[in-house]
Design a protein around this ligand. Structure first.
Ligand SMILES: [Zn+2]
Length: 263
């Protein structure tokens, strides 16, 4: 279905073509095994808050599945509004992850494995959280529109110290960040590297670039990505003489004015 594309200067009919991001990275399938090599799965189990610890105030949870107050356990009412015929009600306020082998709860002794497509497994572990955002490559800013930022965005800010009860930003850091921001703008470049946001199996590419506003402010944006945008509906840049818009001839109404109905 064509739609109108309207800017302050043009008004044309266009087709909207959704983009499927092209994955740069195929994430490996990670499985867990117990000490005997059996595959471990996680199950979510309902928990209910029953109070708080007297020592440290931490919440105390209890697993709760209770019988329906309105039904006979052996013979629940199919139309019961509380249990909907199940005879039990589950009152959860929270969930916890439970490790199981074939539905049996187990604890401890878990190892992580990459499951390869050829059926072999290779032992692995979680990446520790990165504490360095290191630009390992710089590239032209025009590349920016090629990335599909599936991992969201961050801003950089200079560290804050409290001086005489007032929050003060580190001016040296801001100077350095601005110097580099100017270089990035002048050279028309963006930076790129790799980053792990939290202890996990997920690694990201990051792309960073400065934003310099005309109100005297500046910043740095960090976008996380594992995908590229592939434009598959590019058009030829028009050459030669200007083309006239195709004239559409509207249907000519032949009904007289509506007032004719009343006369
Ligand atoms: Zn019931």
């Amino acid at each position: 279905m064509p739609i109108q594309f309207i800017t302050p200067k043009i008004n044309v009919e266009v087709l909207r073509r959704p983009i499927n991001p092209e994955r740069l990275v195929k994430r490996p399938k990670i499985i867990m095994k117990d000490s005997e090599g059996r595959e471990v799965k996680t199950m979510m189990r309902a928990k209910v808050l029953t109070g708080h610890s007297e020592q440290d105030g931490k919440p105390i949870y209890r697993h709760l599945i209770s019988l329906c107050p309105q039904c006979e356990p052996a013979n629940p009412n199919k139309n019961c509004p509380i249990c909907k015929g199940r005879g039990v009600t589950e009152l959860f306020t929270n969930f916890e992850k439970v490790l199981t082998v074939d539905g049996e709860e187990i604890s401890g002794g878990i190892s992580y494995w990459i499951q390869h497509e050829d059926g072999t497994d290779e032992q692995t572990n979680k990446f520790p959280r990165s504490d360095v955002l290191k630009v390992q490559m710089e590239m032209p800013r025009s590349k920016l529109h090629e990335f599909y930022f599936d991992g969201g965005w961050d801003e950089l800010e200079s560290p804050i110290k409290k001086k005489k009860g007032e929050k003060v930003h580190n001016k040296y850091v801001e100077q350095q960040l601005y110097k580099e921001a100017e270089r990035y703008v002048v050279e028309g470049i963006i930076g790129a590297g790799k980053f792990v946001k939290s202890e996990s199996f997920r690694e990201w590419f990051f792309v960073c670039f400065p934003t310099i506003l005309d109100n005297g402010k500046f910043g740095w944006l960090i976008g996380y990505t594992t995908c590229k945008i592939e434009q598959t509906h590019l058009m030829d840049v028009p050459i030669g003489k200007e083309v006239e818009e195709e004239q559409k001839i509207p249907a000519k109404s032949y009904l007289p004015d509506l007032k004719a109905l009343a006369s």
